[in-house]
Design a protein around this ligand. Structure first.
Ligand code: PLP
Length: 447
């Protein structure tokens, strides 16, 4: 596997260059964007494989694949070459007017992920793919309502925000969100069976006022805290959607392309959604996403008479298309889904064994290379999100890039490149153990 080198810190993290860049950034970027403190963030200078180097020359191992994007590893030479050779021909086309060959090839590849005859609309972000899916369902059913789930994260543009469940993101904009949104509980594996949640979905879908045109679901909650659904939930949802004439939208922006150990997380459950949203790992690093829909659902879009109803300047960007073709090809060729399944299962066992000795860990759960470590202060004095924040800083100090998740911010998420080497995964167990030990020591000292 690519460039599997252990962490190597040559100085403090963040070091003086990161600190200087943080000061400059703070002077020009909206203060809501980047969280800056004495200990955070580090500025990335370069990355390769599972490694990232910061502006001060410190080498890290990225246990996040940068939001799950770098499935084949950072800056994979095959993706890099696809970008280079495309850039020598064409940097930009005209979105919905004059397309490129790379776009046709990518659409053919993506359409094959859905049932025969599927059609695709490209976007530039995950949120946009969600917008396209919601618009498709509205066109197809003529109904204004959307059903979504507790803990959901679908993005922060207005349509996507309407179906996202995070009050911090929603509160100031509440009055402008789709008022026809209903929410059902997401049935977490291990917390009962799926039937209560499905019952509630059925009740909402058959409410006399009706009007639910789309049910949007993540096959596993990503930003919601690496939560996996109870067995039978997704197939049950597909059945209910069919029975009530609503379209099922699977948001696989995080789980798609091998992350949970199968090509799509829906595949493992035998579920074929009406609409499928993908992004992130699809390109390995260029901004592109897609909504893939069954021929029937997509027939709701009228034929273009010269004006596309959904488009944008950079839609189907040729370089992003070339990168996506290379990334999807690599994920297949390197059998990264199978790898995620096998190595992920082994890693999960090791992490569970390690965490059994750590009092700040309530649970370790995962599928494939999507793993969540649920944190808590056993004595209940310190809010769990503060433990997560401490873990991210302690991770950086030891050369591990980590990310928090969960509606309460109480989960340490591990989603490394699917191509990461076994040696680094083993080392990461020790690294995370040290991070958790440092969190425990801080809790003790704060008593
Ligand atoms: C499941 C899911 N849906 C949608 C999004 C939004 O994608 P983007 O940040 O590319 O707009 C994300 C991003 O984390 C996601 O995890």
């Amino acid at each position: 596997m690519l460039n599997s080198q252990p962490p190597l810190l040559t100085g403090p993290a963040p070091g003086p260059r990161s600190a200087a860049l943080a000061a400059r950034l703070a002077g020009v970027e909206s203060r809501n964007v980047t969280f800056i403190s004495r200990d955070f963030p580090v500025f990335w200078r370069t990355a390769l494989g599972s490694n990232v180097w910061d502006a001060d020359g410190n080498r890290y191992v990225d246990l996040t694949a940068a939001f799950g994007v770098a499935a084949a590893g950072h800056r994979h030479p095959v993706i890099q070459e696809a970008i280079r050779s495309q850039s020598q021909e064409l940097l930009h086309t005209m979105g919905d007017v004059h397309p490129s060959e790379a776009r046709v090839e990518l659409l053919e590849r993506l359409a094959a992920l859905g049932p025969p005859g599927s059609r695709v609309v490209l976007g530039t972000s995950g949120s946009e793919a969600v917008e396209i899916a919601l618009k498709t369902a509205t066109l197809y059913t003529g109904r204004p309502g959307w059903l979504t789930f507790s803990g959901a994260y679908h993005g922060v543009t207005y349509g996507a925000l309407s179906v996202t469940d995070r009050s911090l993101f929603r509160q100031p904009f509440r009055a402008q969100l789709n008022p026809n949104v209903v929410r059902a509980p997401y049935p977490a594996e291990g917390a009962g069976d799926a039937s209560a949640a499905l019952h509630q979905v059925e009740r909402l879908l058959s409410a006399p006022e009706g009007g639910i045109g789309a049910v949007i679901v993540e096959p596993a909650l990503g930003r919601g805290g690496d939560i996996f659904p109870a067995a039978g939930f997704l197939p049950g949802l597909a059945r209910l959607c069919r029975a009530h004439g609503a379209l099922l939208i699977a948001d696989e922006i995080f789980t798609g392309f091998g992350r949970t150990g199968s090509r799509l997380a829906c595949d493992a459950e035998g579920v074929v959604p009406d609409l499928l949203c993908v992004g992130k790992a699809m390109s390995g690093g260029m901004p592109i996403s897609a909504c893939i829909g069954s021929a029937e659902a997509m027939s709701a879009w009228p034929e273009s008479a010269g004006e596309a109803m959904h488009t944008s300047t950079f839609m189907g960007h040729p370089i992003s298309c070339a990168a996506a073709l290379a990334s999807i090809g690599l994920i297949e060729e390197l059998r990264l889904a199978e790898r995620a399944r096998e190595e992920g299962a082994r890693w999960l066992d090791e992490l569970r064994e390690m965490a059994s000795g750590r009092s700040v860990v309530r649970e370790v759960r995962g599928r494939g290379m999507m793993i969540g470590i649920q944190l808590e202060d056993p004595a209940g004095r310190v809010p769990s999100h503060r433990i997560t924040a401490k873990a991210l800083v302690e991770g950086l100090k030891r050369g591990w890039i980590l990310l928090g998740s969960g509606v309460e911010g109480d989960v340490l998420s591990l989603s490394p490149p699917l191509a990461i080497g076994r040696d680094l995964l083993d080392l990461a167990v020790e690294g995370v153990d040290e991070v958790l030990a440092a969190c425990e020591a801080t809790l003790l000292s704060s008593c």
